[in-house]
Design a binder for this molecule. Structure first.
Ligand code: 5GP
Length: 210
C-alpha cells in the first residue's frame, strides 16, 4: 500500500523579526528561493516605495486614507506603527497561502508578533540579532538607501526592537548569513514535524496499529 505522504499538517505561521540591518530580509529571501513550501505574506504599508520595490511584491503601498479604510474593514490580522509609518499583515494574504497548503513567512516587528500571538498562539517566532551595534550601523549605511537621519532613527529603534528578544521562541545571532539561514531552515523543518500540527498522523497511526 502506498504511504500517504506527505502527511496532512496544519500550515505554519513563521515569524521572522529583527532590527532592520540584521540580515532578516536577506535570510527571508534565501529561504523563499530554497524552500518551495513557504510563501511570504506581503504586508500593506503607508511608507513610500524605495527604489526597485514593487507594489504587490515587496509591499502593497497604500495611502493613509486607504490604510484607515482597511483597518476599519477588518482587513488586518495585525498592524503597527513603525518609523512613523503604518504596516499591517493582511488577513487575505495569510488565508490564501494556508488554503493552498503552504506555510506563511511573516517579516514583521515585535508589536505585530505580539498581536499575532494573541490571534494564533501556534505561531513560531524567530528573532535575529546582529553580532554588534557597530556592525548593524555599518550594514545600514552600506545599503545607501537611507539618509543620516533615517539611519539614526533606525539605530535608536533597533535597541528598542532588540529589547523584545525574550518574547521569541528562537533567537539567532547573525554572524554569518549562510549559517544563520541554515539555522532558520532547521527550525522551519523541525517545526513542520511537530506532532500537534501533523493532522494526518492520527489516520496514519490508525492504519499502523488499528
Ligand atoms: P521596512 O520599511 O524596512 O521594509 O520595514 C520596517 C519594519 O517594519 C521591519 O522591521 C519590518 O519587519 C516591519 N514590518 C513590515 N511589515 C510589517 C507588518 O505587516 N506588520 C508589522 N507589525 N511590522 C511590519
Amino acid at each position: 500500500m502506498p504511504l500517504p505522504f506527505p502527511l496532512k499538517r496544519r500550515g505554519l505561521l513563521f515569524v521572522l523579526s529583527s532590527p532592520s540591518g540584521a540580515g532578516k530580509s536577506t535570510i527571508a529571501r534565501m529561504l523563499l528561493t530554497q524552500d518551495d513550501k513557504i510563501d511570504i505574506s506581503v504586508s500593506a504599508t503607508t511608507r513610500p516605495p524605495r527604489p526597485g520595490e514593487v507594489h504587490g511584491k515587496d509591499y502593497f503601498f497604500v495611502s493613509d486614507e486607504e490604510f484607515d479604510r482597511m483597518v476599519e474593514a477588518g482587513e488586518f490580522l495585525e498592524w503597527a506603527h513603525v518609523f512613523g509609518r503604518r504596516y499591517g499583515t493582511l488577513n487575505a494574504e495569510v488565508r490564501k497561502t494556508l488554503a493552498a497548503g503552504r506555510d506563511v513567512l511573516l517579516d514583521i516587528d515585535w508589536q505585530g508578533t505580539q498581536q499575532l500571538k494573541q490571534v494564533d498562539p501556534d505561531i513560531v517566532r524567530v528573532f535575529i540579532l546582529p553580532p554588534s551595534m557597530e556592525e548593524l550601523e555599518r550594514r545600514l549605511r552600506s545599503r545607501g538607501t537611507d539618509s543620516d537621519d533615517v539611519i539614526q532613527g533606525r539605530m535608536a529603534r533597533a535597541a528598542a526592537e532588540i529589547s523584545h528578544w525574550a518574547e521569541y521562541d528562537y533567537v539567532l545571532i547573525n554572524n554569518d548569513v549562510e549559517k544563520c539561514r541554515e539555522l532558520v531552515d532547521n527550525i522551519l523543518k523541525a517545526e513542520r514535524l511537530k506532532a500537534t500540527r501533523r493532522t494526518g498522523l492520527t489516520d496514519f497511526v490508525r492504519g499502523l496499529i488499528g
